[in-house]
Each structure stands twice: as C-alpha cells, then as structure tokens.
Design a protein around this ligand. Structure first.
Ligand code: ADP
Ligand code: ASP
Ligand code: MG
Length: 411
C-alpha cells in the first residue's frame, strides 16, 4: 500500500479512447492497493491551438489572460478523466490547480510553485477516490490563475508526489522512456534504463523536451523516484534517481539540442565594478533566464561587450530591458542574434574522464561546424552554433560518443 502519482501527457489523453485507457491504468494501480493521484495535461495539441488562437487576436497578449486561456485545456481533460473512471464503476474527483492548493508566485506564464496545500487532496484519497489534478496550473495567494510554463504538468506531478511523499511519480508519455537524445531528430537514439537527477536536470534544461526541468529539481530535492514510461505499454521505462555505483562508468549519458535560443550583446558597457551585478540583477528581477554569459574587454580595459543567450520567447523582453539599461548606464547599443542554437553533452562520467571536451570539439570540426562559444560545468559541455547546424551537430556528437543503437549500447 503506497501512494502513486501518475501523469499523463497530451498525447496520452489525446482522444476519448486514450482517456479511457489512462483511466483503466489508474484503476488498476488503485486495485493493487495504492492511493492514486493523476495529473493530466490538455488533450493532444489543445494548448498549441489555444496559443494560435491568442496570436490571431493579439501580437502581445497580456500574460494574465494567456494563463486564463491556457488553463482551460486541462480543465477539459480532468473532467473527462473523472467521468471515465466513474463510468468504469470507480470513484474519482477532479480539481483545478487552484482547488488543490497549488500556490505559485505571480509570474504569469512561467510561475513557480511556492507551496502545495495537500489537506483536500489527502482527504479525498482517504475516502478511496482517485484524485485527478489539472497539470501545469496554479493560483497565486491573491487568487490569480497562473501556469508553470509549457510542459509544466510534469512539475505539477512531481511537486504533488513530493508533497504527499508518494512512492513513485510515473510520467506517461508517447515514448517509452528517456532516450540518449530526441528520437524524433536522431532515429539511432536508444532508451536508457537509468539517469541521475543531475543528468536529467541538465538534459531537460538544455533542450531534452521529454521532461520539464523544474520537475527534476523537485524530484531531486525531495528524492521522488521518477519513472518515465509509455502510456501504451507496460514495458519498464527510465528511472530518474540519485546516483548509484557504476553509473559514472558511462561518460556521456545523453546529448541535447536547444534550438529556440537568441543571443543578446550589450555593446560598450563601462568596465567598472558593479556593472555585471546591476545588469544581471535587473534581468533576474524580470524572471528572464540567462544561459551563457561572455564578456570581452576592449579599449584598454575601459569598455566591454557583454553577451548572453536567452530563450527566444524571452528575447523581446530581454531586448527591451537591454535598451533601457543602455540608456541608463551609457552603453553604446544592443545587438541581437536570433540564429543560434546550443548542443550539449551530459554525463556524470565526465567527472572522472579526461579529454571529453576535446573529443566534442574534434567531432564538430570533423562535421565542419563552427563553434561560437563554449561553456562547461562538471557534467556538461555546451557549444553555441548556428541554428542551421544544430541537428547536424547533435547527430555527430551522438555518434562520436558511442550512443547510436547500432554501436552496441542499448539498455
Ligand atoms: P507529453 O505530452 O507526454 O508531456 P512531450 O512531447 O512533452 O510529451 O515529451 C515527449 C517527447 O519528448 C517525445 O515524443 C520526444 O520526441 C521528445 N524528446 C526530446 N528529447 C528526448 C529524450 N532525450 N528522450 C525521449 N524523448 C525526448
Ligand atoms: N498543456 C501544457 C502544454 O502543452 C502543459 C503540459 O502538457 O505539460 O504545455
Ligand atoms: Mg511534456
């Protein structure tokens, strides 16, 4: 007897039959003696369609209203899921994020969970019901509806699993686990049986769309075992977990590509103490996530160009902020480059192996790809390249680090 959290992504609840299939899985899990919490995404491409609809009305829709709009998608799927369970003769109740006590900050469209009040949830679990929660949404202390960023249902699921100390958080999706890279881009990619939280966090943050990176942060912090698996089969998927002996033997666990990046360069920044703090403090205040920062100093040390990359979706805000800072602090201008992408290799094995970065640069050279800049951490090496070179770079690295299926690495 335990608590199992099960999250079903958009494709896993894409039509009535799939909703019924997910409902049966939850019922089966409950019949095995578990309390079951389901977290459900909007059906199929509903969220994309809502985004398109908003774009037809406004170039820059108010973020509060975007949240109001997008959360409707999940409200459809949770109610249908509850009906499917009732129809099968079992008890279920659906809740919006607000109803279930998912309290967030007020950064609309990318809110962060601040706390989860689980009283209501626990009460219904205790009464023997399957509790169905709308993914990706929350509410501020003041009652405003928020969303956690695209793909955020994973985070809802892991946060709830953490809050009730679930035995496992199962992420049901349209692939049978976490692959060495996106199998849609590199068909030679293969499923990995295990990946550490640290590796998955990096992979997710660096472009592996299979999991929302905030979900991994919760998983790691509260030690929630996460099982990524297929909603169509019973085949075991990938366990995301703390490191165990032997996991360091694999040098590169996976490679990732982040395509939707833009570089912003602040030109002629006075090179004086406190400037970086002022600039990046203001960027952080607007909740813009900065990827890499490069500073080059010139004019005998009097001026610097400060470049950083941001998600394309944050570019207009970052540019506007750059322009304002430029006027305030007397920079010479702001340049923007929308044509960049980032490829990364990730693996805890890098901690104990040398020459990994050099091998990466060789592979990119052999593929005739220019590296625009490089960043490294203990378990990651990333290179910014032209956007049009991104997929080629990803494939080259996947092969170079022995990750292709036919290289005998499956499993
Ligand atoms: P869901 O709607 O279930 O949340 P997503 O589309 O968010 O599904 O995530 C699943 C998709 O993630 C897969 O179809 C796959 O194309 C993509 N993906 C990207 N990187 C990886 C990876 N490393 N392993 C597995 N899938 C990946
Ligand atoms: N429905 C939301 C999206 O498409 C959240 C999710 O599916 O995780 O981004
Ligand atoms: Mg997803």
């Amino acid at each position: 007897m335990g608590i199992v959290a099960q999250k079903f992504g958009g494709t896993s609840v894409g039509d009535a039959t799939k909703i019924q299939r997910a409902a049966r899985r939850a019922i089966r899990t409950q019949l095995m003696g578990n309390d079951v919490i389901m977290v459900v995404s909007a059906m199929g491409k509903t969220t994309d369609h809502l985004v398109d609809l908003a774009a037809q009305i406004s170039h820059d829709p108010p973020k509060r209203e975007m949240d109001m709009l997008l959360t409707t998608g999940e409200q459809v799927s949770i109610s249908l899921m509850a009906m499917a369970i009732h129809e099968a003769g079992h008890e279920a109740i659906s809740f919006t994020g607000g109803q279930v006590g998912m309290i967030t900050d007020a950064y609309h469209t990318k809110a962060r969970i601040q706390r989860v009040d689980t009283d209501r949830l626990k009460e219904h679990l205790k009464a023997g019901k399957i509790v169905i929660v709308a993914g990706f949404q929350g509410v501020t202390e003041e009652g405003a509806i928020t969303t956690l960023g695209r793909g955020g249902s994973d985070t809802t699921a892991v946060a709830l699993a953490a809050a009730v100390q679930a035995d496992v958080c199962e992420i049901y999706t349209d692939v049978d686990g976490v692959y060495t890279t996106d199998p849609r881009i590199v068909p030679e990619a293969h499923k990995v049986d295990q990946v550490t939280y640290d590796e998955m966090l990096e992979l997710a943050a660096l472009g592996a769309g299979v999991m929302h990176s905030r979900a991994i942060e919760f998983g790691s912090k509260y030690s929630v075992p996460i099982h990524v698996r297929s909603s169509l089969t019973d085949v075991p998927g990938t366990m995301i977990m703390h490191e165990t002996a032997g996991m360091e033997d694999v040098v590169v666990r996976g490679v990732a590509l982040k395509r939707d990046l833009a570089a912003v360069v602040l030109i002629g920044v006075p090179n004086e103490p406190g400037m970086a703090s002022k600039v990046f403090g203001q960027i952080a205040e607007q909740n813009i996530v900065v990827d890499d920062i490069i500073q080059s100093i010139y004019e005998d040390g009097k001026r610097a160009n400060v470049g950083f990359t941001v998600a394309s979706s944050d570019l207009s805000e970052a540019k506007a902020l750059g322009d304002r800072l430029s006027r305030e602090f007397g920079f010479r201008g702001v340049e923007v480059d929308e044509g960049v992408a980032k490829v990364s290799i990730v693996g805890i094995g890098m901690r104990s192996h040398t020459g990994v970065a050099a091998k990466m640069f060789d592979a990119l050279y052999a593929a005739d790809i220019n590296i625009e800049h490089i960043s490294t951490s203990e378990i990651v090496v990333s290179c910014v390249v032209r956007q049009e070179d991104g997929e080629k770079a990803l494939k080259a690295l996947h092969t170079t680090f022995g990750l292709d299926k036919n290289q005998g690495n499956e499993g």
